[in-house]
Design a protein around this ligand. Structure first.
Ligand code: S3P
Length: 172
């Protein structure tokens, strides 16, 4: 029997490299829900990478794809959705989403990302600009969050905190 809930989906937000995709996959598996990742969907639909979209079509074009993607995804219920770090800044997240902020410090993020992972992200190429972006965004992430988790530990150590919250709140 499913729970009745005010939320349709769980939406993970946070800065690039905070672990949204890994957390989302694991959470979805534990909750027996579908996992979807906005960047991967855009890449599959556009048949190219996010960095190529930034390079060839520009950031504004990518932001419009993000808004369209989250609107379409949230027509369905019962999913764990990982967003790109800029999505909650430039797009509105449809109501009835439980917004979970994966909150990791900037230096932790930098240490965590491999060069390959960093190369995939056009807005992480210049460290001082990326830090300025992080500082600019952090308040918005906090403001939007229904639930914030300290993600400075390894995923295994904090994922159960989110899981317990979801079960306690009977979220999905
Ligand atoms: C972006 C984050 C990226 C990706 C794009 C822009 C951002 O996703 O959407 O490179 O503006 O923060 P991740 O948060 O998964 O790295």
């Amino acid at each position: 029997m499913g729970f009745t809930s005010v939320y349709d989906n769980i939406v993970l937000i946070g800065f690039m490299g905070s672990g949204k995709t890994s957390v989302g996959k694991s959470l979805a598996r534990q909750l027996y829900k579908d996992f979807v990742d906005v960047d991967s969907i855009i890449e599959a639909e556009q048949n190219t990478s996010v960095s190529e979209i930034f390079k060839n079509k520009g950031e504004a074009y990518f932001r419009a794809l993000e808004q369209k993607c989250i609107n379409e995804l949230t027509q369905k219920k019962g999913q764990v959705i990982a967003t790109g770090g800029g999505l909650p800044i430039y797009s509105s997240i449809p109501e009835k989403s439980l917004i979970v902020y994966i909150d990791a410090d900037f230096d932790v993020i930098l240490k965590r990302l491999s060069t390959k992972e960093r190369d995939k992200r056009p807005l992480l190429q210049d460290t001082s600009r990326a830090k300025a972006l992080f500082d600019e965004r952090i308040d918005r992430y906090k403001e939007l969050a229904d639930f914030r988790v300290d993600a400075n530990q390894s995923i295994q150590t904090f994922i159960h905190v989110i899981f317990d919250h979801i079960l306690d709140q009977r979220v999905l």
